[in-house]
Design a protein around this ligand. Structure first.
Ligand code: 8DG
Ligand code: MG
Ligand code: MG
Length: 144
């Protein structure tokens, strides 16, 4: 089958909080095109989760983050356009290193731009694996 020889991938996903809001952007990607997701990406060999979170946020938004905490681990198996994906998602929370810094759209081919949203008013539709996490109770504002 198409999944023969495939292995699960590890991704670090970052809920970057500013006051009562969290940052999301609309994806430009073959996977989840035009859905909203957090910044994040694949764990590189030898990296800690915190290092990966800081690197991906820097690469995608130019922002510096701190107070990085792991909140949830997901084992996400989902289909997109007939293709099967398997991600272990490491969901972390983080804060801005300097609270007045604004995100830049550093990778415009992969994202329409970043915005700040209240949890009760998230943009739609969410990226499928993120929607799965939210449906299973994920909330980065919990226990703040
Ligand atoms: P990279 O080459 O920079 O490492 O990867 P990327 O191009 O930035 O990857 P990505 O698709 O942004 O993130 C990797 C995977 O993480 C994604 O395909 C599925 C998983 N993932 C989730 N939830 C979320 C989310 O909310 N945002 C992002 N960006 N990825 C997520 O399961
Ligand atoms: Mg990414
Ligand atoms: Mg990336």
């Amino acid at each position: 089958g198409t999944t023969q020889g495939a292995v699960p991938k590890v991704a670090v996903v970052v809920s970057l909080l500013k006051g009562k809001t969290v940052m999301l952007g609309r994806r430009r990607s073959s996977l989840g095109d035009s859905t909203f997701s957090f910044p994040g990406g694949h764990l590189e060999f030898g990296e800690s989760f915190g290092e990966c979170a800081a690197r991906e946020v820097k690469e995608e938004t130019g922002l510096d983050i701190e107070k990085i905490e792991v909140l949830k681990v997901t084992n996400n198996i989902f289909e997109d356009k007939g293709k099967l994906y398997h991600y272990v998602g490491i969901y972390v929370r983080a804060m801005l290193a300097s609270p007045d810094q604004e995100p830049e759209n550093v990778e415009p081919d992969m994202c329409d731009g970043w915005g700040w949203y209240e949890w009760d008013n998230l943009p739609k539709p969410l990226f499928r694996p993120l929607q799965n996490a939210v449906d299973s109770g994920f909330n980065p504002f919990h226990a703040l």
